[in-house]
Ligand binder design. Structure first.
Ligand SMILES: *[C@@H]1O[C@H](CO)[C@@H](O)[C@H](O)[C@H]1NC(C)=O
Length: 99
């Protein structure tokens, strides 16, 4: 019995790490990057609703990855210009206004 409980625990960790592969904890992402990474559209719109963000266009919005098992994200800011993909393993960022 003890063995099977441990197996279930290991399986549980494995399963949650599959879902956590959505975004990497601590990294910043453009809305457009999240959309190409996984099924984030629903989560982004839910987040906008929760914080009272009326503008539902999210391509040029910067988010940060909270890294919970659901790959949870937090709103950082809406970029005044475009949001730039920093590349794999790097932070995305807003294009500087005076660039
Ligand atoms: C929504 O945001 C986008 C850029 O993120 C902007 O181009 C657009 O004008 C905004 N729309 C409104 C209604 O503010």
């Amino acid at each position: 019995m003890r063995f099977s409980i441990i197996s279930l625990a290991v399986l549980g960790i494995f399963t949650s790490s599959v879902f956590a592969a959505n975004c990497n904890k601590g990294l910043d992402y453009c809305g457009s990057s999240l959309i190409s990474k996984g099924n984030y559209a629903h989560q982004i719109l839910q987040l906008f609703y929760d914080i009272g963000e009326k503008n539902e266009s999210y391509d040029d919005v910067l988010f940060t990855c909270e890294g919970t098992s659901a790959g949870w994200i937090k709103f950082v800011k809406r970029c005044p210009r475009s949001c730039i993909n920093g590349g794999a393993g790097k932070n995305d960022f807003c294009q500087p206004v005076d660039a």
